[in-house]
Design a protein around this ligand. Structure first.
Ligand SMILES: Cc1ncc(COP(=O)(O)O)c(C=O)c1O
Length: 490
């Protein structure tokens, strides 16, 4: 009965667009926005027999490798199979190191089952492995398992950290957070949700999406008139921009953050995805520690994920954050806040364990593991080059090298007539372009406006994830489309 009663706001519903949390209405997440909704509709239309100029939708909108045909890494899936159904351990013919790992993870699970809740920060043995992995990655700089918090994908860890900074006192200016523009929309969406002021610093497209300290200074100065800047987000390697920061650049960023008392969130989920000759991943933690005092005492949260790299296990929701030098009492609050979510998925934690403690030389799974890992990364590297080269061969499209991560973010010249047509439809010109591309070719990309871009410039983001054969078909179709689009609106 209650739900049919008309409540105070004149609606039969207790929650309506007028009285719901306005921050949720403000937040946008382009990677799963209207283009993707339309792409899914088109897929249904195609399967219902509708005739189109193409036979399939190519979803190049989201960094989801398995969805684009990448095969899982055998070692990870064998371990998951055993921990999901432990009876197999004694019956199935899997390598002994797979069985040992499954036993070790199950040993860390309460009741010996992956179906039990774990500690909120994650299973202890996995946090231990993560800290050993970081120590090795950073050339021996120690990592403490107590600083590792496993999370259901990096997204959850990032959001847990951001939330700590919400300013509740309306008489104070809001907290501000510096984020790159273009950025991965998890940041803009979460900041909007938490009423944290977004201060965007532009990456320099003309210098391969470099992060310029002068631009950070400009952004900070402007932000200080509207908020109290307390956080700096750096995505390295970059999404959607694919750049890999140099060590010198990271040092400059750390000095800037130190001088301005900013908490650094280093989003390093693409740390294994570095392709370009001369590019190398440097973790913020390592650089900070090597810079010595006073920088080695700075607060830092860095993030890693099972979703990216060579494993691409997005749906398992595995990730961790390493939080260093945080005030002990605040850290206790962070742990309390995540405890309200009970724990990250245990299967996601198990996948993370396989990544941070993979087979070692002489282990029976080692050769296959290395073979599969290398093949994925090699193929991604060749796709990164193929995609940038092809876009650069199309008049009116310009693409920086894809040094790392999983995306290209080319700049497009959109004819004035198309800009006018977009305005008439109430669309951003790059969204207009992307919809036209989708309807004519079945290729689903994300318009640059979903990530933020320098005013007056237009871009799109495509992943490099379609398998090589499909990527070639996609790029050929793209080329034809762009030429026709420009001709149509010239
Ligand atoms: C830069 C960046 N950070 C974080 C994430 C979130 O990854 P997940 O929550 O799947 O670990 C992504 C996903 O695409 C990303 O690109």
């Amino acid at each position: 009965m209650l739900h049919t009663t008309v409540v105070g706001n004149g609606s039969s519903k207790t929650i309506t667009l007028d009285n719901m949390n306005p921050n949720i209405k403000t937040m946008e997440y382009a990677v799963r926005g209207p283009l993707v909704i339309r792409a899914t509709e088109i897929e249904k239309e195609l399967s219902a027999g509708s005739k189109k100029p193409f036979t399939e939708v190519i979803k190049a909108n989201i960094g989801d490798a398995h969805a684009m045909g990448q095969k899982p890494i055998t070692f990870i899936r064998q371990v998951l199979a055993l921990i999901s159904f432990p009876e197999l351990i004694d019956t199935v013919n899997f390598p002994s190191d797979v069985k040992a790992k499954a036993r070790s993870i199950l040993g860390g699970c309460k009741g010996g089952s992956a179906g039990s809740y774990s500690d909120s920060a994650g299973i202890e043995v996995i946090r231990q492995h993560a800290s050993e992995y970081i120590t090795k990655r950073d050339g021996g700089i120690p990592s403490n398992p107590d600083d590792i918090i496993l999370c259901a994908g990096a997204s959850e860890g990032i959001r847990a950290t951001l939330k700590l900074f919400i300013e509740q006192d309306a008489s104070h200016p809001p907290t501000g957070c510096l984020i790159p523009i273009p950025q991965y929309p998890l940041y803009s969406a979460s900041l909007a949700e938490y009423s944290i002021y977004q201060a965007g610093y532009f990456l320099d497209e003309s210098r391969g999406w470099a992060l310029d300290i002068k631009e950070l200074e400009r952004t900070l100065k402007e932000a200080k008139t509207k908020c109290v800047p307390r956080m700096l987000v750096v995505i390295n390697p970059g999404n959607p921009t694919g750049q890999v920061l140099t060590r010198e650049n990271i040092e400059e960023i750390i000095k800037f953050a130190y001088n301005e008392r900013l908490f650094i969130l280093a989003d390093e989920v693409y740390q294994d995805n570095v392709y370009a000759d001369g590019s190398k991943f440097h973790s913020f933690k390592k650089v900070m520690m090597e810079m010595g005092s006073p920088y080695n005492g700075m607060e830092l949260a860095s993030y890693f994920s099972t979703s990216k790299g060579y494993m691409g296990e997005c749906g398992l929701r595995g990730g961790y954050s390493e939080v260093i030098n945080m005030d002990a009492k605040v850290k206790a609050m962070l742990l309390k806040s995540i405890s309200a979510k009970l724990c990250p998925t245990v299967l996601g934690q198990a996948a993370m364990d396989c990544v941070v403690d993979p087979p070692k030389p002489n282990d029976p799974s080692y050769d296959l593991f290395i073979q599969e890992k290398t093949a994925v990364l090699k193929s991604l590297a060749s796709r990164a080059t193929m995609i940038a080269d092809t876009f650069n061969s199309i008049p009116g499209i310009k693409c920086n090298p894809v040094q790392g991560a999983m995306y290209a973010f080319p700049r497009i010249t959109i004819p004035q007539k198309a800009i006018d047509a977009a305005k008439a439809k109430g669309q951003q010109p790059d969204a207009f372009y992307a919809f036209d591309l989708l309807e004519n070719t079945g290729i689903c990309i994300v318009p640059g406006s979903g990530f933020g871009q320098y005013p007056g410039t237009y871009h799109f983001r495509t992943t490099i994830l379609p398998q090589p054969e499909k990527l070639k078909i996609m790029l050929d179709k793209f080329k034809d489309f762009h030429v026709q689009f420009v001709a149509r609106y010239s």
